[in-house]
Design a protein around this ligand. Structure first.
Ligand SMILES: CC(C)(COP(=O)(O)OP(=O)(O)OC[C@H]1O[C@@H](n2cnc3c(N)ncnc32)[C@H](O)[C@@H]1OP(=O)(O)O)[C@@H](O)C(=O)NCCC(=O)NCCS
Length: 154
């Protein structure tokens, strides 16, 4: 884990403003460019859009663990740290942090590269900003929608 990623978890608002790079050595499970239709009435990206994408992003490593059908049982925490703007390129990083009997808990971190389509200028250096962090729990379910034991790989 890079120093910058460690910093990003509890860094102050001041250092967050300075801009950071995307986590090194990690591949995002999802990368999206939100559209004007994803904005709220202030023109920033709607929180519900972000929550939906975070749910999808978190489910990707969870599906690999449960090998089959699953359902989201809980959003344990969800923090909108900074807004996302139309024109940003948004990267979703997800990692499994706990595997239970029937459930998998995943941590999702979201970074936005500012106005990637706009030219680089004094006020726009395409910096990456950590915009959201969340923890979600998914449950492996059977064909009747009931919890199913996860076969743990040794
Ligand atoms: C997911 C669902 C099948 C779980 O059924 P349930 O009877 O509540 O399950 P259980 O109480 O046996 O709990 C199953 C697992 O979920 C975990 N869990 C349940 N509620 C939880 C919560 N609020 N937070 C974190 N984990 C939770 C339990 O700890 C257990 O994990 P473990 O087996 O690894 O120890 C059921 O709640 C459901 O169908 N929910 C609706 C799902 C849905 O529609 N999601 C949105 C769309 S995907």
């Amino acid at each position: 884990m890079t120093k910058k990623l460690l910093l990003s978890t509890d860094q102050s608002a001041k250092s967050q403003k300075k801009g950071i790079t995307l986590p090194k050595g990690m591949v995002p499970v999802l990368k999206l460019a939100p559209m004007p239709s994803d904005a709220n009435f202030n023109g920033d990206i709607f929180g519900g859009w972000v929550m939906s994408q975070v749910d999808i992003a978190g489910s990707i490593p969870a599906i690999e663990v449960v090998s089959g059908r699953l359902a989201t049982v809980a959003v344990n925490s969800f923090i909108f740290k900074e807004p996302i703007y139309v024109g940003d390129l948004v990267s979703f990083f997800a990692k499994v942090i706990k595997i239970g009997n029937t459930s998998v808990t995943v941590e999702v971190e979201v970074y936005s590269q500012r106005r990637l389509a706009a030219p680089v200028s004094e006020s726009n250096n395409h910096e990456a900003v950590k915009v959201t962090e969340a923890t979600l729990t998914y449950v492996a379910i059977d064909k009747n929608g009931r919890p199913r034991k996860i076969e743990k790989k040794v």
